[in-house]
Design a protein around this ligand. Structure first.
Ligand SMILES: Nc1nc2c(c(=O)[nH]1)N[C@H]1C(S)=C(S)[C@@H](COP(=O)(O)O)O[C@H]1N2
Ligand SMILES: [Mo]
Length: 301
């Protein structure tokens, strides 16, 4: 299990960052002794993670709806209207419908999760997200027995998203998870970072974070979640199936056809810093390897 900081953060809380960090230190200090024996596993490793800075996390982004260069989302994503926001939840669920952000976060435990984040382009960051477990939302809407996958879709607004006027990807951006991946306790619906509401360039107001998969699985600015019995359309997989598989697990032994995945460049370490080895499942092997038992991960990459 990831390190947990239970707090009273809300998705639209604007907590001054200094105050927030102070509170986090207090919670962290008090929780350390308590948590040690209870959480186990990844706790030690997670505890050693030093997050990237706010500036790094919010100025070096992939969000092709706002342009393909890393600096484009920070420059362009302010045009996205994120309030009001709603998500259609449909398909094989007991309670399909259009849920407002307020309804979605109501009653959810918003936690801080400090996760490693690894892009398929072989760079990485450590990001302190705020969010709730996707499993909690899925449980609340009632997953029907025939459901095997979860499909996600990003907003498609040509008026607000300059990037979608060009056919760079098959808009809207779509992604999918197998149901057991979606229900895994590491899988987060993130509503902010560093205790602040999600910046637009990072996928406001709500985006997926699946820390053991390449970053492109973590779809931003979600407007639809569909429970289905067939493997969902996934944008990068559909665009270049020989380069991007449906599973997209971080795996240093399976190279991208055009570059190695054995190492990564940590953003913020500077141009001359040495690359660090990429870990199997991005360091979450103990938590998630069992999901893929019996699968050939070189064929189902
Ligand atoms: N809708 C949408 N979601 C997206 C993308 C995108 O272009 N559009 N890029 C993906 C990729 S490739 C990465 S690495 C992460 C980047 O997340 P970050 O900018 O918050 O670090 O977002 C993912 N989610
Ligand atoms: Mo990425």
């Amino acid at each position: 299990m990831a390190r947990r900081y239970i707090s009273d953060l809300n998705w639209n809380d604007v907590t001054p960052r200094a105050l927030y960090l102070n509170r986090r230190q207090l919670i962290g200090a008090g929780g350390a002794a308590l948590g040690a024996g209870l959480i186990g596993g990844a706790t030690a490793a997670q505890g050693e993670l030093t997050p990237n800075s706010w500036d790094e996390i919010t100025s070096y982004n992939n969000f092709y709806e706002f342009g393909t260069r890393k600096e484009d989302p920070a420059r362009n994503a302010h045009t996205l209207t994120t309030q009001p926001w709603s998500i259609v939840i449909d398909g094989l669920v007991d309670n399909p419908g259009t849920y407002s952000m307020e309804q979605i976060v109501e009653g959810m435990t918003i936690e801080e999760r400090i996760y490693r984040f690894r892009c398929v382009e072989a760079w990485s960051m450590v990001i302190p997200w705020n969010g709730f477990e996707l499993a909690d939302l899925l449980t609340r809407v009632g997953v029907q027995s025939g459901a095997r996958y979860v499909a996600f879709e990003t907003a498609l607004r040509p008026d607000e998203m300059p990037g979608v006027r060009l056919p760079v990807l098959d808009w809207p951006y779509r992604e999918g998870l197998r149901l057991d991946e979606a229900m895994h306790p590491l899988t987060l619906m993130a509503t902010g970072l560093y205790g602040e509401p999600m910046p637009n360039q990072n996928g406001a107001p709500i985006r997926l974070v699946v820390p053991w998969k390449y970053g492109f699985k973590s779809i931003k600015s979600i407007v639809r979640i569909t429970l289905t019995d067939t493997e969902p359309h996934a944008t990068w997989n559909a665009t270049q199936p020989q380069e991007y598989g449906f599973y997209s697990n971080v795996n240093p032994t399976v190279d991208h056809p055009r570059w190695s995945q054995a190492t990564e460049r940590r953003i913020g370490d500077g141009l001359f810093a040495s690359r660090i080895p990429t870990l199997m499942f991005n360091g979450y092997e103990a938590e998630v390897a069992s999901l893929y038992e019996g699968m050939d991960l070189t064929a189902q990459f």
